[in-house]
Design a protein around this ligand. Sequence first.
Ligand code: 4GX
Length: 235
Amino acid sequence: MFKGPFEESTIKRAQEKDFLKIHLHNLRDFTTDRHRTVDDTPFGGGAGMVMKVEPIYKAINHIKEEIKEKVKVILLSPQGKTFTQEVAFELIKEKNLILICGRYEGVDERVREHLVDEELSIGDYVLSGGEIAAMVVVDALARLIPGVVGDERSIKEDSFYRGLLDYPQYTRPAEFKGWKVPEILRSGNHRKIETWRRKKMLEKTLLRRPDLLKKAKLTSEEKKWLEEIRKKLKK
Ligand code: 4GX
């Protein structure tokens, strides 16, 4: 499952430049029975299977003994804290991460109680396994490693870096099927363009993700603009 996403584009580049090393481990390699069982029926009954604690314990121990450095152990699950850009900026400070990808309906609670440092969810929906969630986390982190994404500036200008949505962007042609690029962007007046963009970011965020504005870091000028936009929209 990991081959495609990890052998293309940003993650591939990060690994080639030795900014990132990804090791894949199969939990079945840490079982001892003939069927290489990683799941079992739940105590107390009920539908669905539960991931066993021993293979996860053995896998984590194996990895920890191998790297002999500080490791943060993360479980991907819908019950976790939501993985956001803010969490990405925290996680990128870690030297090593173990991302546990579960299948089935759940994991033995003792994994959470004794083995996991942090439980993360990539969003409020149910995946069929933790693998794609882990890939999402790896991708978001890889592009934050200095030198991986060409231009440092692009991270700082990211939507979410300041907790706001992006301003509208256009490229050539200036007119397509009569659809025009806003005149101001072609004016060459960089001060006006900058102001237009900052106002558009506020407007878009207010319309689509007002929840983000509570946390956004705004200058006093931006707060003033935001009030103006609010009034304009009420009319
Ligand atoms: N963000 N899933 C994990 C199995 C599972 C259940 C409970 C551990 C505990 C998901 C998400 C997600 C589905 C991955 C259930 N493993 N993971 N899987 N949303 O939906 O991260």
